[in-house]
Design a protein around this ligand. Structure first.
Ligand code: ADP
Ligand code: UDP
Length: 237
């Protein structure tokens, strides 16, 4: 399958149409942004790691019965995916308090939560991806109640699978963001990516951060963290 035209360039990926109207090619860049694009930089080799890691994780989720957009990895930065209409929600699942949740509710970062939580942000850069509840989602026509129910159920299943996957590799899954989309027949599937850009991953023994927080918070060792987390995966694939 070949790229026909670039249809979108985002902060971390480019998206291309193909000869098949139902398929897209995504190409992962090394560009990194944080704080709604205010902080910009490059993480060398990130695109290669995120492409590979996202595909390994989506393949694992597919096998666990969770439908994803993954079709086939084409090369080290590019993957063929099923085209969806993205539901404009960032679906965030948390197991441990961190980041904006810890700040918003005055909880110490690292406090385990009594139960995993789910929240939605409205995927809208101009508005700064504001927190949104399911009533707002329905009122704005972003998704139906049935779609919200499907997304919630799938998101918690993704959490169970990812938590188990990472735990066996000595990594604690703190929280993550995923996106869902609709196929032409309305079926909801997992899309976008799962990577250290979109997950908080802490070394289970040392608590070391192995994700994009190293870039966001100027902690140094950014490239090394991405490589380390990839090494943890490859040692067992
Ligand atoms: P952003 O748009 O936030 O800057 P990216 O740089 O990752 O993010 O761009 C990739 C874009 O492609 C995102 O807007 C994402 O929602 C969208 N996308 C991901 N997977 C699919 C898919 N299977 N079909 C259509 N769009 C997708
Ligand atoms: N996240 C993401 N994209 C975003 C916002 C958040 O991938 O635009 C991920 C982030 O990596 C973390 C989780 O979602 O794993 C929760 O992030 P949080 O709401 O705490 O936001 P942050 O502190 O990053 O602003």
């Amino acid at each position: 399958m070949n790229k026909v035209a670039q249809v979108y360039e985002g902060k971390a990926k480019k998206v291309f149409s193909t000869e098949d109207p139902e398929l897209l090619i995504v190409s992962y860049k090394d560009d990194a942004t944080a704080f709604n694009g205010l902080k910009k930089g490059q993480i060398e080799g990130k695109g290669i790691i995120n492409n590979r890691m996202s595909n390994i994780l989506m393949d694992m989720l597919n096998k666990a019965g969770i439908p994803t957009h993954l079709v086939q990895e084409l090369n080290e930065r590019e993957t063929l995916v099923r085209k969806v209409e993205i539901v404009p929600l960032e679906v965030i699942i948390r197991n441990i308090a961190a980041g904006s949740f810890a700040k918003r509710y005055g909880v110490t970062e690292g406090s385990p939560l009594k139960a995993p939580t789910l929240e939605f942000s409205y995927k809208n850069d101009d508005l700064g991806d504001p927190l949104i509840n399911s009533y707002h989602v329905i009122a704005l026509g972003l998704a139906t109640q049935e779609e919200i129910d499907t997304i919630r159920d799938l998101a918690f299943r993704v959490n169970d699978e990812l938590k188990r996957f990472w735990l066996s590799r000595g990594v604690t899954l703190v929280d993550f963001k995923i996106e869902f989309g609709r196929l032409a027949d309305g079926t909801i599937i997992l899309a976008d990516e799962i990577s250290p850009d979109t997950c908080r991953l802490w070394d289970s023994k040392t608590g070391n951060k192995l994700d994009k927080d190293r870039f966001r918070r100027d902690l140094g060792g950014v490239e090394e963290a991405y490589q380390e987390v990839m090494r943890r995966i490859e040692s067992q694939v």
